[in-house]
Design a protein around this ligand. Structure first.
Ligand code: SF4
Length: 303
């Protein structure tokens, strides 16, 4: 079967099954092109919450598919390739959160959505890279805050808000490998370009950039800006949408190392098989869904 035939089958099956396909901005371009909606974690969470589709095919890493299930428990949520996980999410588990809570009994626990359902079930409130500052700002100044699992996002929020935050030492291997000198070099090469980076990059990289934005924020900024040239410091396949939506503008990837191998694990074949065989269903216990939903809903109320 060639690519066009596979896409035609996917379209037929999605109609027949009344399924919706959600995809993250980092997945392969061909998956973004067949999705009903492409977005960042926050946008996808809102879509999942609002969706009344009986089947959601979630093209992103596993914690994102879990979040869709938590917010849309009546739907069957399918993750086309369960091997597509997130190394940062796996750096922390529920036990580690419980130990932190014992160590800092008065602290508010803020958890980046890039975490498993079991971790979310232990925390006070979630955040995404799009709303992390807003969420931390909602916590009274005199209250201690523990931020997990991304030390970079947490440190960038702390710097922005001039606030002390206890950080769990997790990180995204894709964004953390970006060094300040890589950005300094490319800025020299393209002196008129604006540098937009993701806040999963280190504070030293963020410091050198013009703006640190979520993927949704980068897309919005690029659309509205009257600049013509941008250096992009996040996963390479966001360039697909940026170029599609802004034909007259130039987007330069900050560094060729900006690839998340896990986001690339979902193929068109996986999506087709997922719709054909209803695989692989995200299965979370009702108790876990109930516990993990509270911090996500708190976040959505504030977003
Ligand atoms: S880009 Fe980083 S945080 Fe996002 S899924 Fe990949 S490893 Fe996880």
């Amino acid at each position: 079967m060639d690519m066009q035939e596979k896409i035609t089958r996917i379209d037929k099956l999605r109609k027949k099954r009344n399924a919706v396909i959600l995809a993250h901005n980092y997945v392969l371009p061909e998956i973004q092109d067949i999705a009903d909606f492409v977005g960042d974690s926050l946008e996808l969470s809102i879509k999942a919450q609002q969706s009344d589709a009986p089947i959601i095919v979630f093209c992103g890493v596993s914690f994102m598919a879990e979040t869709a299930k938590i917010l849309s428990p009546e739907s069957m949520v399918l993750h086309p390739n369960p091997a597509s996980g997130c190394p940062m999410a796996d750096m922390i588990d529920a036990q580690k959160v419980r130990s932190l809570k014992k160590e800092f009994p008065h602290a508010v626990t803020v958890c980046y959505v890039n975490s498993t359902a079991a971790v979310k079930a232990e925390v006070d409130i979630c955040c995404t890279s799009a709303n992390a500052e807003k969420i931390v700002s909602s916590i009274p100044e005199n209250q201690e805050v523990i931020f997990m699992p991304d030390k970079n996002l947490g440190a960038n929020v702390a710097n922005e808000l001039q606030r002390e935050i206890t950080l769990f030492p997790g990180y995204c291997p894709t964004h953390d490998r970006i060094l300040p000198r890589m950005l300094a070099d490319i800025k020299q090469q393209y002196p008129h370009a604006e540098a937009l980076v993701h806040p999963e990059c280190s504070p030293e990289v963020v410091e050198l950039a013009d703006y640190a934005l979520s993927t949704g924020g980068i897309l919005r900024y690029a659309r509205q800006s009257n600049k013509r040239q941008f250096i992009i410091g996040t996963e390479e396949d966001i360039l697909h949408r940026l170029r599609k939506e802004n034909p007259g503008k130039e987007f330069i990837l900050l560094n060729t190392a900006l690839i998340c191998p896990n986001m690339k694990k979902i193929s068109i074949d996986d999506v087709l098989k997922s719709l054909e065989n209803l695989q692989y269903e995200v299965d979370l216990s009702p108790e876990l869904i109930e516990k993990a939903r509270r911090p996500i809903e708190k976040m959505l109320e504030l977003s």
